[in-house]
Ligand binder design. Structure first.
Ligand code: FRU
Length: 463
């Protein structure tokens, strides 16, 4: 099988389902040199449908193998979907934990009745062949104050003890994380809740991870009220700094920082690779969002994964920087002059040495980024309805006294990833070119240093 080749739609350096639907990245890990990137996948159903796990693998983030469906619903315990989960690597094996989703037919609300969320284990040595599925936890094994919304296990090991976090919704409609402990990866005992008052009704995809020895908890909360500069999408994703060890107790959450300020970024997951780098990949999409139209659906697929990003701790702001993996530099083809993009659809642009005044960057005459010195904010807006697919504006406020130092763009046929101030802020979006578009980028304001490269595509081998 070969990849589609639609000049205006086919992503060149982002992973996509090739046909069908993609959502959350799942089971991210590196095993014996190979990075495994699984994802929520409904083959042949570009608007979503039965959830399976699809599988990409790569040694270098440039050359990929796509091996299609890794596992699909085939048990009563996962009959309505093989939902999100993780891969924990030990003894040259992936221990894959996921949620078996069950929705019983009938007149149910599927919150308090009619649903099961089973935590299931399979193992694999190559991401292609899976062991038998083993049910580890069922809905009745979770605490009684929870609804039936409990899912997305992520497992880690600390000081010889295994911990599993699961996202949940309480009967009082509060989002939380529940923590289980195990000595053998198979038998799990409930340990404690991690919670925060008034912070949404459901927390999806929890991920407790460390960078530079500091502990963080990432969640994808639902039900946060939009503010001018925060929580601008229907659902959010971000991370808490922590002030107490969350593996020991549940009220150590500190400040919450959104991962991204764009339209399309949700359900990120992290893993640590063999070079000890913490890598984050997100779903470049947004559940239940109102896309006016998504031209890729006509082409038989929908949604992508973000570029893999390395997380780096910034001790000054106590925040995490997201930086495109060093390997991505290998995609650079030629230095280009941005005044002559013409039919260059994929490129990287780096801007620095900003005179400290207002500036505007315009991409394809329909997407604007405006920085205002007075308000010290950036406004990202689609002025072209087609290009933005009815999405309009997102805003980012810089911290007091903070300046724009640099901005790096990765522009693919149908997505834009922007890394501001070495990735302290990012903006990720899909965009939808009308046919016959001539690529342009224009800059207004004082920007002294401009570097741009055309980019080569990923090399994807479909098995
Ligand atoms: C997040 C999510 C997860 C769930 C999966 C189902 O986007 O809703 O909570 O496991 O997607 O596809």
């Amino acid at each position: 099988m070969s990849l589609k080749d639609n000049k205006y739609l086919t992503p060149r350096f982002h992973l996509f389902p090739t046909s069908g639907w993609l959502n959350d990245p799942n089971g991210l890990c590196q095993l014996d040199g190979i990075h495994h990137i699984f994802f929520q996948y409904s083959p042949d159903q570009p608007k979503g449908g039965e959830k399976t796990w699809g599988h990409y693998s790569t040694k270098d983030f440039i050359n990929y193998e796509f091996s299609g469906v890794f596992m699909k619903p085939d048990l009563p315990e996962d009959t309505s979907g093989v939902y999100s989960g993780c891969a924990y690597v030990e003894d040259h094996k992936m221990y894959i934990y996921y949620t078996g989703n069950v929705k019983h037919a009938g007149d149910y609300d599927y919150i308090l009745e009619g649903r099961e969320s089973n935590t299931i284990l399979v193992t694999s040595e190559n991401g292609v062949d899976a062991s038998e599925k083993r049910i580890l936890l069922r809905s009745q094994d979770y605490p009684d104050n929870l609804t039936l919304h409990v899912r997305d296990p992520k497992v880690l090991c600390k000081d010889g003890i295994y911990y599993m976090t699961l996202g949940a919704r309480t009967k009082k409609d509060e989002g939380c994380v529940i923590v289980f402990k195990s000595a053998d990866k198979i038998n799990w005992d409930f340990s404690h809740f991690i919670e925060k008052a008034d912070f949404g009704y459901m927390w999806e995809c929890p991920d407790l991870f460390y960078v530079d020895g500091k502990q963080f908890l990432s969640i994808s909360p639902q039900g946060l009220e939009a503010q001018e500069y925060r929580f601008q999408n229907i659902y959010q994703s971000g991370y808490f700094n922590t002030k107490e060890d969350l593996l020991a107790e549940g009220d150590g959450l500190d400040e919450f920082t959104e991962w991204d300020y764009g339209f399309d970024f949700y359900a990120p997951q992290t893993y640590v690779d063999e070079k000890d780098r913490t890598i984050l990949i997100a779903w470049m999409g947004m559940p239940d969002a109102e896309y006016g139209h998504d031209a890729s659906i006509e082409d038989g697929w929908q949604h992508m994964l973000s570029l893999p990003r390395e997380l780096v701790y910034d001790s000054k702001s106590k925040k995490l920087r997201q930086q495109p993996m060093a390997e991505i530099k290998e995609l650079r083809d030629k230095k280009i002059d941005i005044k002559n993009l013409a039919d260059i659809d994929t490129y990287e642009l780096y801007l620095s040495e900003f005179g400290q005044s207002d500036f505007t960057i315009q991409i394809n005459e329909g997407f604007n980024i405006k920085y205002s010195k007075l308000t010290n904010d950036m406004v990202f807006s689609f002025t072209d309805e087609m290009l933005g697919s009815n999405r309009t504006t997102r805003k980012l406020k810089l911290a007091d006294g903070e300046k724009i130092e640099n901005i790096r763009f990765y522009i693919d046929t149908c997505s834009i990833e922007i890394f501001i101030n070495d990735g302290l802020y990012t903006f990720t979006t899909k965009y939808f070119k009308a046919k016959e578009v001539e690529n342009t980028i224009s800059l207004e304001g004082s920007i002294e240093n401009i570097e741009a490269y055309s980019l080569k595509p990923f090399n994807i081998n479909i098995k």
